[in-house]
Design a protein around this ligand. Sequence first.
Ligand SMILES: [Zn+2]
Length: 169
Amino acid sequence: MRYKYCPECGTKLIPKHAGDDGAVPYCERCKEFRFDTFHSCVIVLTYNEFDEIILCRQGYLSDRYTSVTSGYISPGENAEQCALREVREELGIDLESLEYAGTYWFGKKDMLMHGFIGFAHKQDLVLSEEIDSAEWVPAAKAPETMYPDGPGNALHELYRLYLNKKLTE
Ligand SMILES: [Zn+2]
């Protein structure tokens, strides 16, 4: 969110110098700077002992298996807790390990994505209503249905990290 008006009192903001940050929108009534804000989210690539990863299909987006678990971090929660919670909620799985895999800026939606690679032994999935279907897919075949690679596509970055990880194991 890039503020033009104060989110507390509605006053039109004016640019004011804020140290190293330069000109920042400022509310003269609240005497507060209103820095740009953005969403923090997680994206989790889950794999198993058979070199399979979980791909999800969300019918309103596509009829193909395009994506992996993702979700908004709730206030009071850290990124790791969010990653474990989202995988549990969406797929019915408790990850056995979770590895931080960097951050990715998703400019289209002003989101900072925190990437994770999670491991769980192969098991049946218990899907939430948000997910129309999800499947364990051989990792080598996953790019056939994933959203195409491109700038800002965190899933492909995670996928490459996963492949490198398997090569060095
Ligand atoms: Zn204000």
